[in-house]
Design a protein around this ligand. Structure first.
Ligand SMILES: *[C@@H]1O[C@H](CO)[C@@H](O)[C@H](O)[C@H]1NC(C)=O
Ligand SMILES: *[C@@H]1O[C@H](CO)[C@@H](O)[C@H](O)[C@H]1NC(C)=O
Ligand SMILES: *[C@@H]1O[C@H](CO)[C@@H](O)[C@H](O)[C@H]1NC(C)=O
Ligand SMILES: *[C@@H]1O[C@H](CO)[C@@H](O)[C@H](O)[C@H]1NC(C)=O
Ligand SMILES: *[C@@H]1O[C@H](CO)[C@@H](O)[C@H](O)[C@H]1NC(C)=O
Ligand SMILES: *[C@@H]1O[C@H](CO)[C@@H](O)[C@H](O)[C@H]1NC(C)=O
Length: 286
């Protein structure tokens, strides 16, 4: 019996410790913690904010998936516009919603150095802006509608690709048939594209779906089909005839100089001082 007395001091000590866990000391600590870290640890987020955040995450992942799936060939602007709009609007809602005096923005954005929510937002906006996707659309009504330029370009692009598909013979690498038949569509497409932007590459302001379609078409046209070679023939003819024509005056004087007697020179030549001086020098060297 006596041997158990030594336990009591420990029991008392232990009870004291347990008491300390729920004492005023602890609630003071909790208040300090609350002040330091803000809500989320001790107090749950406003339910409305959590719902918005959850939707925001869904829209962000839907857009991300869409943009990855339509990255090659680029059709992000055309195919992901709805996801983009939802995402954009939801972010706006996240920034502006205030529940019982607590704004969702103050709860979720810029609370720490990682700032993941904002970071994802900036990444998605970065993709969208880098692709100049807004330029594909007409925003006059407030809602995005494919602009007339985009629609017209797509028609010309569609015609050119359809034409190439129609005339190409995969087994042969003689592309003359394709080049001849599709030259009209291609030139029309290329010229229309050039009207869309001040600079010929068009990366400055044209919607990326269009830039990429044109880039691919140009690459198919000049590299895969090698159609520029065919096109060069008229240029060579043009250059040669220009050369001959520009040589004609010299030829004319040479003929005069060697093939006709000086006294038979036509009177017309004597009309200007310049021509007279030429005549004189010709006569002198004779
Ligand atoms: C995300 O995409 C999936 C599949 O297209 C769709 O079922 C879902 O409704 C979308 N979610 C949102 C929040 O738009
Ligand atoms: C706002 O606060 C009041 C009282 O604190 C509470 O009854 C109400 O549910 C809160 N509203 C929302 C939307 O959380
Ligand atoms: C686009 O085309 C539609 C119908 O052809 C026309 O009503 C509209 O005014 C055009 N918009 C622009 C910006 O040219
Ligand atoms: C062009 O448009 C026609 C009809 O709308 C369609 O059948 C065809 O697949 C389109 N071609 C391309 C390359 O998009
Ligand atoms: C077609 O291409 C193959 C390889 O790319 C080449 O060996 C062949 O000589 C080409 N034929 C003609 C007719 O150019
Ligand atoms: C066009 O395509 C080539 C490769 O085919 C690529 O290197 C280049 O960056 C593209 N240009 C643009 C403006 O996308």
């Amino acid at each position: 019996m006596k041997s158990y007395y030594w336990v009591f001091p420990f029991l008392l000590l232990h009870i004291n410790l347990l008491k300390a866990d729920t004492s005023t000391d602890e609630s003071l600590d909790a208040n300090l913690l609350l002040l330091k870290t803000g809500i989320g640890y001790m107090v749950p987020f406003p339910e409305k904010c959590s719902e918005i955040l959850s939707d925001y995450a869904d829209y962000a992942s839907n857009f991300t998936k869409c943009s990855i799936l339509h990255a090659r060939p680029i059709r992000i602007c055309k195919n992901c516009i709805e996801h983009y709009m939802s995402f954009h609007d939801k972010y706006h809602e996240l920034l502006t919603t205030v529940v019982n005096g607590t704004s969702c923005k103050s709860v979720f954005i810029s609370r720490d150095r990682l700032d993941a929510i904002l970071e994802y937002h900036d990444n998605i906006m970065g993709i969208w802006e880098k692709g100049h996707c807004n330029a594909c659309y007409d925003w006059k009504t407030g809602q995005p509608v494919l602009s007339n330029e985009t629609i017209h370009f797509n028609e010309l692009f569609n015609q050119t690709i359809d034409c190439i598909m129609k005339y190409i013979v995969p087994s042969s690498n003689d592309s003359k048939v394709v080049c001849d038949n599709c030259m009209q569509s291609y030139i029309k497409l290329d010229n229309y594209y050039k009207t869309l932007s001040a600079d010929a590459i068009g990366v400055d302001s044209i919607c990326m779906d269009i830039v990429d379609s044109m880039n691919t078409t140009r690459s198919i046209w000049s590299k895969t089909l090698n159609c520029c070679k065919v096109r060069r023939t008229p240029e060579v003819v043009f250059l040669v005839s220009t050369g001959i024509i520009s040589l004609l005056p010299i030829l004319y004087y040479l003929v005069l100089r060697y093939c006709s007697p000086m006294r038979d020179l036509p009177n017309v030549l004597k009309q200007s001082r310049f021509k007279q001086s030429i005549l004189r020098s010709l006569g002198r060297s004779n």
